[in-house]
Design a protein around this ligand. Structure first.
Ligand code: DBV
Length: 247
């Protein structure tokens, strides 16, 4: 069992328990991708698998899982609400590279600086954040322009021990996702046209930023080439614009 498989298994089981989940179509060629990386004795297989669902309130629930041995494991798991809900995004970026572990966990707000929005969507996870930040030290510098997309309850840490990922990070992931599903349960659809436009603009701002600045672009390009990588980023990982063109 690889490091992030229990995270993914737990999330899928919990989502099934709490939502009426439907599959979300994964374009051909993105369900699973493999490549041999390195030469001779150091050659190893790197596999990326995709998982995706939707529900009445959630447009796309998707995971990309990269497995390439003990020093290369990534689970990027994001939930994109439908555009008639003001729900935040659920975002988890769980990354293990030769340099160590890097963990980003948040409910990413549509309207970062709106106090009412914060009271509605950040206050409920504040006690969870406070508890884990005592155990999981702040991860330090991260890209300046990314700050606008994180909530004040952004859990960002670089654990030195794998054991911490398997225990405390897993527990934090579970608590954040449970709290998110509570918010989803309570969410009511928005019908006000001005608010709907603001939601769409905020979703597009977020998704364009993430597609443009995807920190995995370099890694995917090395493994699978630029064409597959760009198609995967825009056609699956951050696909809102393509989906809007279709509908
Ligand atoms: N990140 C993704 C996707 C990934 C992924 C789709 C499928 O958005 C993996 C894979 N993240 C990934 C990898 C790295 C990071 C780093 C492989 C390491 C890159 C490297 O060191 O080469 C949160 N992820 C990061 C970093 C941050 C995040 C802040 C450090 C980047 C840096 O220091 O430059 N999550 C990430 C992020 C946002 C978010 C930037 C922005 C809104 O939600």
């Amino acid at each position: 069992m690889t490091l992030y498989q229990p995270f993914l298994d737990w999330a899928v089981a919990r989502l099934h328990e709490r939502l009426d989940l439907q599959p979300y179509p994964i374009p051909a060629g993105f369900e699973a991708k493999q490549a041999m990386v390195g030469k001779g004795k150091h050659a190893s297989l790197v596999q990326t698998t995709s998982t995706a669902f939707q529900s009445d309130k959630l447009r796309q629930i998707r995971a990309a899982h990269v497995q390439g041995g003990a020093a290369l494991q990534v689970l990027n798991f994001v939930i994109f609400p439908r555009l008639n809900y003001d729900l935040p995004f659920f975002g988890a970026d769980l990354v293990t590279l030769p340099g160590g572990h890097l963990i980003a966990l948040d409910m990413q707000p549509l309207f970062r600086d709106d106090p009412e929005y914060q009271a509605k969507y950040t206050a409920p996870i504040w006690p969870i954040f406070e508890r884990y930040r005592q155990q999981l030290e702040w991860g330090g510098e991260f890209p300046e322009d990314a700050q606008a997309f994180f909530s004040p309850a952004f859990l960002w840490t670089r654990p030195k021990e794998t054991n911490v990922v398997e225990t405390q990070v897993l527990a934090a992931f579970q608590d954040y996702l449970n709290a998110y599903l509570d918010l989803v349960e309570q969410a009511e659809p928005v019908s006000d046209v001005v608010q709907l436009q603001a939601i769409e603009a905020a979703q597009l701002r977020y998704i364009r930023y993430r597609a443009e600045k995807d920190p995995a672009r370099g890694m995917f390009t090395r493994f699978y080439g630029p064409d597959w990588t760009e198609a995967y980023i825009h056609g699956f990982l951050f696909d809102l614009e393509r989906q809007q063109v279709k509908s």
